[in-house]
Design a protein around this ligand. Structure first.
Ligand code: SOE
Length: 385
């Protein structure tokens, strides 16, 4: 018998749409005990939330998130509102015993994230942070390839996350759709927004980061604030580069910016080891590139005159998640990463094991982000412990 899971979603922007779409589709493709029910969505403005409710088929809407959390007919709270709201909502939801699915990054700071973890653990609720890129089939295949020992002893991890949508000086900061430029709402710029994804992926694939040193830059120093109409100083990092040393001894370079003209959502990584390498580019998401040098078991060199990078079209039934979708050769895209993540969360409810990253795991990424921002201020290496 299918069990309903009543969802109360807060926020109506990009992520509100991505998550709502996942709730609507997940049971169509995955065989699951639980089925999400779109009970209620919530935002301060009735004018904004009503059309959202109608478009996505929520049964009702609220304009006060506290009322949503108080409702007995809500099992899980999905936080898709800006970063500065995560803490307060999560604490209230945990106190009410609701499960929480929270958009990344977990919080504005480690201090906030710690409170969220403690509240969730005390309440014994299931949590998940929507680091959706773990659920790109090609990235999940990279994880499998690495865990099978095909990359071997890792030497280098290289990640970039580049966009170009804030180059114009007349892009305002703050307010709907532009809150990511307002440091008081977002917490940071590319570090929390883009590098958080790269760090979550990197630690998932290559293990914990041990130490970092970083440099940030804010290219446009002042922008008009949409809500006040005043020109105000910009507090976010427009670009960030950092070096990392992983606990396994490998070295990492990470670069992120919103000033890379022509790069829209260029999220890449490469891992080089003694047995082989893997490379991924989100702008070509159905491919994983793999270079095979040695046999993973024996370590014997198998390179010969035909050796070269292999482009794996990650659409076969044996590839991660792909038996749930179409037939080999037919690709899946951005929205499927959220559906796959939700399926993992629902399977976790069935099996009693929490889908990763949960809050505690999301806090790890927060620690690296905070260390990067701290290092950018001092110019020194920071040990993560
Ligand atoms: C920023 O432009 C953004 O929307 C991020 O906030 C998302 O997390 C990322 O997946 C796409 O880019």
């Amino acid at each position: 018998m299918s069990k309903p899971l009543n969802i109360g979603l807060i926020g109506y922007g990009f992520m509100g749409r991505a998550h709502s779409n996942a709730y609507r589709q997940v049971n169509q493709f995955f065989d699951l005990e639980y089925h999400p029910v779109l009970k209620a969505c919530c935002a301060r403005s009735e004018e904004k939330i009503k059309p959202f409710q109608e478009n996505w088929g929520y049964e009702s809407f609220e304009t006060d998130w506290r009322k949503l959390i108080e409702r007995d007919d809500i099992d899980a709270i999905d936080i898709c509102s800006p970063n500065n709201t995560h803490l307060e909502i999560a604490l209230a939801a945990a106190a009410a015993g609701k499960m929480i699915l929270c958009e990344k990054p977990l919080a504005m700071s480690v201090a906030e994230g710690e409170q969220m973890c403690e509240a969730a653990e005390k309440a014994g609720i299931q949590t998940m942070v929507w680091y959706n890129y773990r659920r790109v089939p090609a990235i999940a295949l990279a994880k499998q390839v690495i865990d099978e020992g095909r990359v071997g002893k890792p030497f280098h991890y290289r990640a970039t996350y580049l966009q170009d949508w804030t180059i114009a000086e007349d892009v305002p900061q703050g307010g709907a759709a532009l809150w990511r430029l307002d440091v008081n709402v977002a917490g940071s710029g590319v570090t929390g927004d883009l590098l958080a994804h790269s760090i979550d992926t990197a630690e998932w694939l290559n293990g914990p980061i041990k130490s970092v040193v970083a440099k940030t830059e804010t290219f446009v120093k002042e922008r008009m604030h949409q809500e006040t109409g005043q020109v105000e100083p910009v507090g976010i990092d427009d670009a960030c580069m950092f070096l990392a040393v992983f606990e396994n001894g490998s070295m990492g370079t990470f670069e992120s910016t919103r000033y890379a003209r022509g790069r829209k959502n260029y999220n890449t990584f490469e891992l080089n080891g003694d047995h082989g390498s893997v490379f991924f580019d989100l702008e070509d998401p159905q491919y994983l590139d793999y270079f095979k040098y040695a046999d993973p078991q024996s370590g014997d060199k198998i390179e010969d005159h035909l050796t070269g990078w292999q482009r794996i079209h990650v659409t076969n039934f044996e590839h991660p998640y792909m038996d749930k979708w179409w037939v080999p050769g037919c690709t899946v895209g951005y929205e499927h990463t959220f559906i796959n993540a939700l399926a993992d969360f629902l399977q976790g409810l069935e099996s009693g094991t929490s889908a990763q990253p949960d809050f505690r795991c999301g806090l790890r990424t927060q620690k690296v982000c905070d260390a990067i921002l701290e290092s950018a201020k001092t110019g020194s290496w920071i040990e993560l412990g």
